[in-house]
Design a protein around this ligand. Structure first.
Ligand code: DGL
Length: 252
């Protein structure tokens, strides 16, 4: 039985995989996180493109029936070219600006990597949706890297960084878009600083879309069975893989 491949620069895509497994436990999954090269968000476009292609090619060699680019940064740089050459469905991520703008009337703070916010794909999306100029971009230069390294061992480093980064916006935004899959793991800390703001992310929409696409193409596994999950990383040490499986079974 064929698997669904998930790609991210590191641990972030586990948050998307986790939602997919909850929605479709009957599917078989293979995850590849490029933790050895994470974070991607401060790298050049060419570096992000090449690393993404390497990870995607690994997943394509694993007999997958669909590919999820569970990374906003990799999507914004490479998804166009990935789609061009593939016959299997490719599902990707984009910052959830649309639901945020539709659900609040005030300012919307978009937290994402500098690379995501600089790409044409994001700039066009924001221009198309934000006619009233309510979007405020917040490039989070170090956040994904700090989450990758400190989530369990040293969470106060992340909390300190977030307090500094978000201080200018506290009380000023009605919504916050988590435009990077890593940020899902620090949702609580962000909500605590941005009191009263509604948080939006693309995870639920992405996995719902994945399900629709599998169903429409007739390649969805029937329910009533439990599929398998393979976790893989470019950083093949035990710590990384343990972290992946810990996050996969975490509640939030
Ligand atoms: N998880 C990623 C995203 O959604 C990438 C973070 C990074 O590697 O900088 O953008």
């Amino acid at each position: 039985m064929k698997k669904i491949g998930f790609f991210d620069s590191g641990i972030g895509g586990i948050s998307v995989l986790r939602d997919a497994v909850r929605l479709m436990p009957e599917e078989n999954y293979i995850y590849y996180g490029d933790t050895a090269n994470a974070p991607y968000g401060g790298r050049s476009k060419k570096e992000i493109y090449d690393l993404t292609m390497e990870g995607v090619n690994y997943l394509l060699s694993q007999d997958i029936k669909a590919l999820v680019i569970a990374c906003n940064t990799a999507t914004s740089v490479a998804v166009g070219d990935i789609r061009k050459d593939l016959s299997i469905p490719v599902i990707s991520m984009e910052p959830a600006i649309k639901p945020a703008l539709e659900n609040v009337s005030g300012k919307v703070l978009v937290m994402a990597t500098p690379a995501t916010l600089a790409q044409e794909r994001y700039i066009r999306l924001a221009e198309a949706l934000d006619s009233q100029h309510r979007v405020i971009n917040c490039p989070c230069e170090h956040l994904a890297g700090l989450i990758e390294k400190n989530l369990y061992d040293n969470p106060s480093v992340i909390a300190d960084y977030l307090r500094q980064l978000l201080a200018p916006y506290a009380g000023k935004a009605e919504a916050v878009v988590l435009g990077c899959t890593h940020y899902i793991f620090v949702k609580g800390a962000i909500a605590g600083i941005m009191k009263g703001a509604r948080l939006f992310d693309g995870n639920a929409g992405t996995v719902a879309h994945l399900k629709d696409v599998l169903t429409a193409q007739g390649i969805k596994e029937p329910g009533g069975r439990k599929g398998t999950i393979i976790l893989n990383s470019s950083s093949d040490d035990q710590y990384t893989l343990k972290m992946y499986s810990r996050l996969l079974s975490a509640e939030q």
